[in-house]
Write a protein that binds this ligand. Structure first.
Ligand code: DPP
Ligand code: ZN
Length: 845
């Protein structure tokens, strides 16, 4: 396969003035006619007329009305063209029903839909399928289906046809089309300048009752983007469609967002609080793309973080504003450490802006998205909120309608602030997680912090240069008072000291408050210091972090000496915090969480010890059991405090209480054999309560009846059944996980071609750390078998799921050998997709 390099970028030889598309829809023979006005691009030197096109049957082509016979390859076509503006016409035939890759135009249970990002449009018709070619599209759809949708504003309609016109120039990856028997949940929004916008959420008949939350989230997003970023919506209509078969979460097509039904449909009975929050965030994310992604798009796919990092950052601001900022921050850091750190510290490590790829689909990663958002958070911290706002205004003003680069993005900050961001730019080009160590000293009333930064080598990058690290620090007096409030230290050197004078007593430092930079902080804080910070830190993130450090230390001690129990002093201190009813229940629920077994494995590996997944699992279980027994007497009072008496609402306050209640129930089930969980399961009137009861029963080994009842109740609901499949595997005892997965993949409802269902089962297996790393390699083999099978149908989801193997080098030689063998089996599969080939090759290094 061909490797594409950032350094090789050249503009396309032609501009596109307008695009007219006609679709005559039929499941196995859809006709797509295109009429495209091209003109020579004065900014380009290479005038080769190459149009991308894959899996298309070319029926005819013409230039300025005269038939032509282009030179067609499996990747596209070339053709001699005039050295002046001209009209290109082509008619192609495609088979949406046979399109199981879910890229381009495909069918999902009787409805037509599209997914074009990143390079799916080339499976619809011949086109310069690259984000820097922006054009105005008009679309005509012919079909007997009742609802026919495309981008932009609705035009004329008649029996069996509809026309759409999108006045905003856009790249082809934002094209969308939907046709089906759909029902609308409709509303209206008036923008601050008075434009009335029709809002529709389109769903299958029967799902109308699951739309209200998504619609509310959309209106909140529209208002928030006006209030916070000054960005208004720019069309007469905003359509969202829910689709059951979808590779990603959702897609920001101009005026016609298409969502995985799991990322938009919600009701109290079928969705957990976490689902509600995620849906709100994804609706916001896709909506915010209208400006950061659509109005201003990417020059090429190497710049993906330009729109994704920024839009993730914006949606996290939105969630922080609507809910609790500290809770959102802690959740994001848990997620970053669970997904981005392992990626950045293993064979798949790549810069936030990659410099080469074979298949761009493989770079929709936690690094591009979540680390990309962290980089923007650091930039905002460094320049300050006012300068950030001014820089964003300048960005929108200067680049509206353009396809941009990270250089353009950084230049608006340089022009706004006068800062030189050359060193900061390393965040975009250097892969790997920086490690930040710190030493403290105190003399002559001056307290000094000396930091050292170091980034280990990553594939293709042996030498790393120092990066700009914003380090937020606060200092506390020994009596617990804050003597130095949060101060931002700006570290630019490999080693750098910062002093705080006039401190009559040696303070306790709270370092990297709010997780002000995405680094691994190596700090030898004593147990006493962490207990002190847990009790006194004014920064809610670092208070949580102190407890997390104590949890890690306690678990590590239990691992090195299996006779030990958990750290009693820490559990006592933690219980004091958990019982503090002045604190947000959602925050208390986070404090009750333990580091995942995978995170413990990573920490052991970093400390030079080969992790033993079974031993880690045993220690974590022993810890949970001991804690439940120790706190047994306090659990009823905590459960009482978590009780919600009002009618169900997915708001942050109620959700926080339920999160605390769920954590308490998990403890209770360890000491009452599942009695409380069983009662909660029977009485549950919402999915959060029902599912937390079910998972507690699974861990208590008492879930058979509940699982059967759950299945009987929900077998008609695909999204709920995904949960039923997933929890049985994710929470299975490690030695059972493979058998449970095998059994469930034989269940008649295991529709493996549906990405949600595939992930619910095989993704859950990969999440069951000790189950996946079973010593005999059975889980590796089972996953590899399924990936081989799926690759022939859906390369994108297959390649994504190869990340289950990304940390294979952490483990012992025998497990490594088994994982290598499983990956080797994939690699040697005849006809393996480009997506999966690239992933496997990178994984095997
Ligand atoms: N749909 C994906 C997202 O919104 C890719 N753009 O991030
Ligand atoms: Zn996005």
């Amino acid at each position: 396969p061909q490797t594409i390099y950032l350094k090789d970028y050249t503009p396309f030889g032609f501009t596109v003035e307008k695009v007219e598309l006609t679709f005559r829809l039929a499941p196995t023979a859809t006709r797509v006619t295109s009429r495209i006005r091209f003109a020579p691009n004065p900014a380009a030197t290479d005038r080769t007329f190459f149009l991308h096109g894959e899996e298309l049957k070319l029926i005819r082509a013409a230039i300025d009305g005269a038939e032509v016979t282009p030179d067609v390859t499996p990747q596209g076509l070339t053709c001699p063209v005039p050295d002046a503006p001209f009209d290109w016409e082509a008619e192609v035939e495609i088979a949406p029903e046979d399109n199981t890759a879910l890229e381009g135009l495909y069918m999902s249970r009787g409805m037509y839909c599209t997914q074009c990002e990143a390079e799916g449009f080339r499976k619809i018709t011949y086109y310069p399928d690259r984000p820097d070619v922006m054009a105005v599209f008009s679309v005509r759809i012919e079909s007997d289906l009742p609802v026919l949708l495309s981008n932009g504003n609705p035009g004329d309609t008649g029996a069996g046809w509809a026309e759409w016109h999108d006045p905003w120039p856009k790249p082809a990856y934002l094209f969308a089309l939907v046709a089906g028997d759909l029902r609308a949940h409709s509303d209206r929004f008036t923008t601050r300048s008075g434009r009335a916008v029709d809002l529709n959420l389109w769903v299958r008949p029967g799902d109308e009752g699951k739309c209200a939350w998504g619609m509310e989230a959309l209106k909140k997003s529209m208002r928030w983007d006006e209030d916070v970023y000054g960005r208004e919506y720019d069309l007469d209509v905003f359509n969202i469609v829910a689709v059951d078969d979808f590779n990603m979460g959702a897609m920001e097509n101009k005026g016609l967002n298409i969502f995985n039904s799991s990322a938009v449909l919600a009701s109290p009975e079928t969705s957990t609080d976490a689902n509600f929050e995620r849906i709100e965030a994804i609706i916001a994310h896709e909506y915010f793309h209208n400006w950061t992604g659509n109005r201003i798009t990417c020059r090429d796919w190497f710049q993906l973080c330009l729109k994704e990092g920024l839009t993730v950052f914006r949606d996290s601001q939105f969630t922080s504003d609507l809910r609790s900022a500290p809770v959102k921050r802690i959740g994001d850091v848990i997620d970053l450490r669970a997904r981005q750190f392992p990626e950045d510290q293993g064979p798949l490590s790549h810069p936030v802006r990659p410099e080469s790829f074979q298949e761009i689909n493989n770079f929709y990663t936690a690094t591009v998205y979540e680390k990309g958002a962290e980089v923007i958070g650091m930039l905002k911290r460094l320049v300050g909120d006012d300068a950030y706002a001014r820089a964003l205004d300048l960005y929108f003003e200067r680049h509206d309608g353009q396809a941009c680069t990270i250089e353009d993005w950084l230049r608006v900050f340089e022009d706004t602030t006068g800062r030189d961001l050359a060193q900061f730019k390393r965040w975009y080009s250097q892969a790997g997680t920086p490690r930040l160590s710190v030493e403290e000293s105190y003399a002559d009333a001056t307290y000094t912090l000396t930091f050292r930064q170091h980034t280990p080598p990553t594939p293709g990058q042996d030498e790393k240069l120092p990066q700009v690290l914003p380090i937020a620090v606060g200092l506390l007096n020994p009596n617990g008072d804050e003597v130095v409030p949060t101060t931002l230290l700006e570290m630019t050197e490999a080693e750098q000291s910062f002093s705080f004078p006039n401190l009559p007593a040696r303070p306790v430092a709270s370092i990297l408050r709010g997780f002000s930079a995405p680094v691994v902080l190596e700090r030898d804080a004593s147990r006493e210091e962490n207990l002190f910070l847990l009790a006194h830190d004014t920064d809610p993130f670092n208070r949580w972090e102190a407890s997390r450090a104590l949890a890690v230390a306690s678990l590590m001690n239990m691992l090195s000496d299996p006779a030990r129990g958990p750290d009693g002093a820490w559990l006592d201190a933690l219980l004091d915090v958990i019982r503090d009813s002045a604190l947000d229940p959602a925050y208390r629920a986070l404090l009750l969480g333990l580091p995942s077994e995978s995170e413990l494995a990573q920490r052991l590996y970093e400390a030079g010890t080969t992790p033993d997944p079974e031993a880690i699992h045993a220690a974590a279980e022993k810890h949970r059991q001991a804690r439940a027994e120790l706190w047994q007497a306090q659990l009823p009072a905590l459960a009482e405090e978590a009780r919600v008496d009002a009618p169900f609402s997915p708001d942050a306050a109620q959700a926080g209480k339920r999160a605390l209640g769920g954590a308490v129930l998990a403890m209770q089930s360890r000491v009452d054999g599942g009695k409380a969980a069983s009662a909660q399961f029977d009485a549950a009137d919402n999915m959060t309560a029902q599912l937390s009861a079910l998972t507690s029963l699974i861990t208590a080994g008492a879930a058979d009846d509940a699982l059967a009842a759950f299945e009987a109740q929900w077998r008609h609901d695909r999204l709920v059944m995904d949960k039923w499949f997933g929890v049985q595997i994710a929470f299975a005892p490690p030695h059972d996980a493979v058998d449970v997965t095998r059994r469930l993949t034989e269940h008649p409802d295991f529709d493996w071609k549906n990405p949600n269902r595939f992930r619910a089962c095989l993704g859950a297996l990969a999440m069951n750390h000790a189950g996946f790393h079973r010593a005999d390699g059975a889980a590796y083999d089972l996953l590899a078998d399924w990936l081989i099978r799926l690759d022939a149908k859906n390369p994108q989801t297959t390649a994504r799921m190869c990340t289950a193997f990304q940390s294979w080098k952490r483990y012992d030689a025998a497990r490594q050998e088994k994982m290598r063998a499983a990956l080797g089996r994939l690699r040697d599969q005849p006809g393996l997709s480009r997506d999966t080939s690239e992933m496997v090759a990178r994984l095997l290094g």
